[in-house]
Write a protein that binds this ligand. Sequence first.
Ligand SMILES: Nc1ncnc2c1ncn2[C@@H]1O[C@H](COP(=O)(O)OP(=O)(O)OP(=O)(O)O)[C@@H](O)[C@H]1O
Ligand SMILES: [Mg+2]
Length: 283
Amino acid sequence: MALPQTAPTTLPILNNKGGIGKTTTAVNLAAGLARAGQTVLVVDLDSQVSASLSLGLSRDQLSPSVADVLFGDANVEDAIRTLDADPVDLLPASLDLANADVSLFNADDRHHRLARLLDEVEPLYDFIFLDCPPSTSLLTLNAMVAGDALLIPVSPAYLALEGVVRLGEVIKQARDSLNQTTPVLGLLLTMVDREIDNTEAVISQIRTYYGEKVFSTEIRHDDSLVRAAEQGRSIFAQSPASPGADDYAALASEVYERAQQHRVSSSSPAASSQHERGTTDLR
Ligand SMILES: Nc1ncnc2c1ncn2[C@@H]1O[C@H](COP(=O)(O)OP(=O)(O)OP(=O)(O)O)[C@@H](O)[C@H]1O
Ligand SMILES: [Mg+2]
């Protein structure tokens, strides 16, 4: 399925909870859109470097990284890699990102530096995914400032509704402190396993509470996704007939549709009031 080309949309993938499928979503959603003809960049903002390894880089190939770009030691164009297994571009992370909070702390542009650097390459891409660390660090705030809309994975296995409400508060606080009104593109249910007790009830609570903000696509628990990451390839390159490939292809279509609607609404006069509504919670 080839989708029409679009203006660039930068989507941070964030949740301060760890291990709930942020990186898996960044990598495989990017690959799904790329396979549908979109030009896509993944920016790895986590010093754990999981997205970079999941897309096939080895630890000795991480330099120059987004840390070098942020700290002024490399140009963004020089740090972007094309990949062997997937038609996705990657701006890799490195362990140095762990120092970002300290290195950027006194900079005047400490919240806006990533946005400014990405401005240079945005014309080259239809979508840019920012894989965020599981914390509300300066890097996450930079991602929120650079982003057009947030994509928030939640796993019913690890997160009851109270956790999602808390996440809403964290996002509101971050938005307030930055005076920023980045809207939420959608909440994504990940690692869904209905065999686990209570899953159905948690999903139904989240869907009732957040309504249409929740993507209708759910990412099922599928060990093929773990194996693909270990092999440094997307699920489409590694196991194209797996449930994980079906789910991320469906998500790619849904994200594409929502991004189109978001572009229309953010260029309309009603956009600012819609953004303001989005600052009160995740809805
Ligand atoms: N749908 C899924 N089914 C099975 N395993 C999955 C699924 N999604 C992710 N995983 C596995 O769960 C682990 C955590 O996923 P991932 O790294 O994407 O989470 P994360 O939110 O990025 O974690 P962190 O907060 O540490 O960055 C990984 O081993 C990954 O391969
Ligand atoms: Mg991650």
